[in-house]
Design a binder for this molecule. Structure first.
Ligand code: F6P
Length: 368
């Protein structure tokens, strides 16, 4: 990585699934950059735009009033990995390497650095591009909160807020009809949304991928609640939860995606089994993309703005190859390399698990 005289042109993109707070980061990067005389080039639709050459210049007017706006003004994509670019040839999918095109566009646009806002997939791609000479600064994003590098990713708090609100709503109808309600939340292979959303909403059972559940423990809990005169039970299940010895429930696989596996369907599976094996009327709700849409919480707006401002500062100081990260209450930075080594998963020793257990939450495990 050669030191530049002074950074003049900065690229910015949002990769992977969107989440509340992306626009706040874009604003947090762009405003100080423009103030310091830099040009900001917005790359459209994530890495797809980097390969296909889709860009716009960002001016102050473009980032005005977007702090509270959900989604991303730049567009995003779960596809478009330059190192894994599927094309259809004679009815068959062939995977091409388009990283040279990505680097050529970066050079053609005269970019001195790229700010890549994204999750695990985005950071892996960023690392690959860095190895080819690109200057990258990362900002960690995902509602899943599964990046080891940072204590929290922005978007997570907003998703958890949506889950809590949904559980509040389900509770009243569950209570009226004396039903078991199973709510499926996102999170991929990590249970953070389920555990934090379940805690915030007061779920009775929380099922997460990290703790494969035992059917008997689940049935026993809802039956016991019913016998105690409690009129309903709420089960908050992560989309990646699975029974002991069982597999994830996959809705679809799509080779074009950075992560080809699309999870989904576990709530229906669990609800059917609970009803069949306990005799208690059971319904399920899949929250889906409601968790990703809409306005960010105040907390996420603040965190996103801090991340954006910190990231442009890293770029101006030419501290490339680093990702903004929350450590305690402060935003610091770690290397992108270290950030992609491990996925952050829920541990049984985590305070969230201990707290939930203390207030009577069942994790579907007899030993916990
Ligand atoms: O990573 C964010 C996330 O929302 C996951 O929680 C979920 O599994 C996935 O993305 C859904 O992806 P898509 O929007 O492509 O269906």
């Amino acid at each position: 990585m050669a030191k530049l005289k002074k950074i003049k042109r900065i690229g910015i993109l949002t990769g992977g699934g969107d989440c509340p707070g992306l626009n706040a980061v874009i604003r947090g990067v762009t405003k100080p950059a423009l103030d310091q005389g830099l040009k900001v080039i917005g790359i459209l639709d994530g890495f797809e735009g980097l390969v296909n050459g889709k860009v716009i210049e960002l001016y102050d007017k473009d980032v005005s009033g977007i702090l509270s706006q959900g989604g991303t003004i730049l567009g995003s994509s779960n596809k478009g990995d330059p190192f894994h670019w599927p094309v259809e040839v004679d009815g068959k999918i062939k995977i091409l390497d388009k990283s040279k095109e990505a680097i050529a566009n970066y050079n053609m646009w005269g970019l001195d650095a790229l700010i890549a806002i994204g999750g695990d997939g985005t950071m892996h791609i960023s690392k690959g591009l860095m190895d080819l000479g690109m200057n990258v600064v990362g900002v960690p994003k995902t509602i899943d909160n599964d990046l080891e590098a940072t204590d929290l990713t922005f978007g997570h708090d907003s998703a958890v807020f949506v889950v809590a609100e949904a559980i509040d709503r389900l509770r009243t109808t569950a209570s009226s009809h004396h039903r078991v309600m199973v709510i499926e939340v996102m999170g991929r292979y990590a249970g953070w949304i389920a555990i934090n959303g379940g805690l915030a909403g007061g779920a009775d059972i929380i099922l997460i991928p990290e703790i494969p559940f035992e059917w008997d423990a689940v049935y026993e809990k809802v039956k016991r609640r019913s016998m105690m005169g409690k009129k309903y039970s709420i089960v908050c299940v992560a989309e990646g939860a699975k029974p002991k010895g069982g597999e994830f429930i996959v809705k679809k696989t799509d080779i074009k995606r950075t992560d080809p596996i699309q999870l989904g369907g576990v709530a229906e599976f669990i609800a059917k089994n609970i009803e069949k094996n306990t005799g208690l009327e059971t319904r399920y709700t899949v929250l889906g993309h409601l968790q990703r849409g809409g306005t960010p919480t105040a907390y996420d707006r603040i965190l996103s703005t801090k991340f954006g401002v910190y990231a442009i500062d890293l770029a101006i100081k030419q501290k490339f190859g680093r990702i903004a990260a929350l450590k305690g209450n402060e935003v610091k930075s770690v290397t992108i390399e270290s950030a992609i080594q491990n996925q952050k998963l829920v541990k049984t020793t985590d305070q969230a698990v201990i707290t939930a257990k203390a207030v009577g939450v069942c994790f579907g495990s007899k030993n916990l």
